[in-house]
Design a protein around this ligand. Sequence first.
Ligand SMILES: CC(C)(COP(=O)(O)OP(=O)(O)OC[C@H]1O[C@@H](n2cnc3c(N)ncnc32)[C@H](O)[C@@H]1OP(=O)(O)O)[C@@H](O)C(=O)NCCC(=O)NCCS
Length: 161
Amino acid sequence: MPPHLSPLRDLSPLQHAQLLDIELLPEQRMFAGDIESELHILRGRSHPDVCGLALLVEEVPKAFLLLKRGELLPPWARRDAATVHALQIDRRAQRCGLGRLLLTELPTTVRALWPQVHCLQLSVDEQNTAALGLYRALGWTVTGNGYRAAIGFERQLTLAL
Ligand SMILES: CC(C)(COP(=O)(O)OP(=O)(O)OC[C@H]1O[C@@H](n2cnc3c(N)ncnc32)[C@H](O)[C@@H]1OP(=O)(O)O)[C@@H](O)C(=O)NCCC(=O)NCCS
């Protein structure tokens, strides 16, 4: 089967354990947070407005992201959006096209999951040139401020669905 996105709830116990093998380079950790704490939060709650997704390559998770909507949206987001958080590709699998593939597949996955959502939004640090280059290449546009940064704010990016 080609690489594909899968909700975490559909993963096997082995695939759940393999999620913890996803690692970032030390200098990238500030951009996407720590997968272990995201998974810990998810384990503690089953909420209709949050969904973890894994990108499976030969059925092994190589990337992770979290989607939020409704009452879990950050304050900077549009009320009809789903927001993308903690997006990360395993460091050993970066620069192989997986980030592009994941983000290309994401709109279809979100439409199927949450048909009421009208756009995807995320907050990205302006120092994160790799991620910004990828988002821009796939049609995401800067639409304002995201999270507060050390100086000023991160950029808010939006993709219409
Ligand atoms: C950003 C990230 C998701 C990209 O994933 P990836 O699988 O390596 O990206 P791809 O191989 O699909 O590359 C797609 C495009 O992204 C950009 N890109 C990816 N890595 C890059 C890098 N290190 N430097 C510059 N541009 C980069 C390029 O435009 C690239 O296109 P090209 O290969 O034609 O030049 C990945 O580097 C990552 O997980 N980073 C750490 C976490 C993070 O920053 N998450 C985003 C939080 S908002």
